[in-house]
Design a protein around this ligand. Sequence first.
Ligand SMILES: [Zn+2]
Length: 66
Amino acid sequence: MSPHITCLYCQQANPAPETECRQCGMPLPAEAALAGERRLRRFTWFCVGLTVFCTVMFFWLPRDIV
Ligand SMILES: [Zn+2]
């Protein structure tokens, strides 16, 4: 899987080393796009971990305490 950078102006997918959009010529937010992808993956794993944590707590904690 090679990283692609989506142009903010025309939504054209450009290969990672490109610094300008192939379709409209606007500069691409290279670092921001890659960092955003990493952040999204970390956020996804955070959500998965939170779900697992809540499930474990749901079964582990006693239910008769208000
Ligand atoms: Zn573009």
